[in-house]
Ligand binder design. Structure first.
Ligand code: ADP
Ligand code: MG
Length: 394
């Protein structure tokens, strides 16, 4: 189903409720990393330039349904103003009289930023009464917050039913387009590289990718459980012993479907992430050692597989890349994707951080900032925040 695009909406002179992802890290009222604000700013500017009254809103942190001054969106307003190149008026209220008044006074081209949505108990509960109040602020609804689209909250889901005119913002549209291509229509060979700490929490995504890809490369902590399932001694490595059976099933399914599975053949081990590492064959892990990265032979194999691919999706670091001694495998994967001619998509919090650390983000087709939402989308799950924007859903 197609998503409605923001371009098709008539917004001139009209009040637009714009759900953004301005969930930035704050410290003592200062924005530590403004990436999300920078990315959201063009949507705000576009709507304002088209003569909309922009009513921007977002959650920030884990506010518990009541005001928490440490989680106020107030410090974000000047940052948004700077990046959008338009004055942004912060409104210290969500759906109360102050918000209603500010909206009533606003003129076409004005930008308001409401207070943290999660200061209201109705937001995470998707409470109908709160949805009604939030919707009453505006005539048109645009959601550009893909990262929260997997949550059925008031501002991402419930509010939509009140609007006959609604659309996906450009960031949302770009995420869906790239992830849909990977999930539904990948050019082949399609290679999925999956790593990170654990299988649990990514099981549906992993299973889905193992069903759709031509080759699945397993790295990072999650590969340990697969190695264990194949009878390899993994010492003190991070493993999920209760998922060995699941790992065996995934390997059996892949084999039955003719999906190639690439596991590490050499690894970097150490007695702790603070200790120096040594590279060994995967069957050479000593009892007191943990696998903390993939070795150079495995890196080379992955680079070859990626070089032959037409589509690559990567989620999950290949090692404890936060420590320089165990970052080589992860950085090598980032470089392999950057060098590839394939349609390359990276998703996941730490994976995106690794791509930025490697300085190759601009060489990839799409860097998904959706985190959990991207993985759920790839697993084939319906995201409530996307479903309400789909054409014909009304
Ligand atoms: P993402 O956020 O990209 O989805 P995850 O959250 O699943 O990735 O995993 C990231 C974490 O996995 C990193 O903090 C990294 O240190 C850890 N990790 C990767 N490989 C290993 C390993 N072999 N042993 C322990 N932890 C690992
Ligand atoms: Mg993570």
């Amino acid at each position: 189903m197609a998503l409605r695009s923001m371009d098709t909406l008539n917004v001139t002179g009209r009040r637009v409720l714009l759900r953004l992802d301005l969930n930035v890290p704050l410290k003592e009222g200062r924005v530590l990393d403004d990436t999300r604000v920078r990315e959201a700013a063009p949507t705000v500017r576009t709507l304002a330039e088209r003569g909309a009254i922009v009513i921007a809103c977002s959650h920030l942190g884990r506010a518990k349904g009541k005001p928490d001054p440490a989680l106020s969106l107030a410090p974000v307003a000047p940052v948004l103003e700077k990046h959008a190149g338009r004055p942004v008026r912060f409104v210290p209220d969500v759906v109360g009289q102050a918000a209603t008044n500010a909206v009533a006074q606003a003129k076409p081209g004005d930008v308001l930023l409401l207070e943290n949505l999660r200061f209201e108990a109705g937001e995470e509960k998707n409470d109908p009464a709160f949805c009604t109040k939030l919707a009453a602020l505006a005539e048109v609804y645009v959601n550009d917050a893909f990262g929260t689209a997997h949550r059925a909250h008031a501002s991402t889901a419930g509010v939509a039913a009140h609007f006959s005119e609604l659309a996906a913002g450009p960031l949302m549209a770009r995420e869906i387009a790239a992830l849909s291509k990977v999930r539904d229509n990948p050019e082949r060979p399609f290679v999925a590289v999956v790593g990170g700490a654990k299988i649990s929490g990514k099981l549906e995504t992993l299973t889905s990718l193992a069903n759709r890809a031509n080759t699945v490369v397993l790295v990072g902590g999650m590969a340990n459980t697969f190695l264990l399932a194949e009878g390899t001694a993994v010492g003190t490595s991070l493993v999920e012993a209760d998922l060995v059976g699941t790992a065996k099933e995934i390997l059996a399914t892949a084999s039955a479907r003719g999906v190639e599975v690439v596991l590490p053949t050499d690894v970097v081990v150490a007695t702790s992430p603070e200790a120096p590492g040594r590279t060994v064959n995967v069957d050479g892990v000593a009892a007191g050692e943990a696998i903390l990265d993939i070795g150079p032979r495995t890196q080379k194999r992955i680079a070859e597989v990626v070089a032959e691919a037409r589509t690559v999706f990567w989620n999950g670091p290949a090692g404890v890349f936060e420590k320089p001694a165990f970052a080589a495998g992860t950085l090598a994967i980032a470089q392999a994707l950057a060098a590839s001619r394939a349609f390359t998509v990276v998703g996941g919090g730490e994976s995106v951080a690794a791509v930025q650390q490697a300085g190759v983000a601009a060489k990839l087709s799409h860097v998904s900032t959706g985190g959990g939402a991207s993985l759920e989308f790839l697993a084939g799950e319906t995201l409530p925040g996307v479903a309400v924007l789909e054409e014909g859903n009304k």
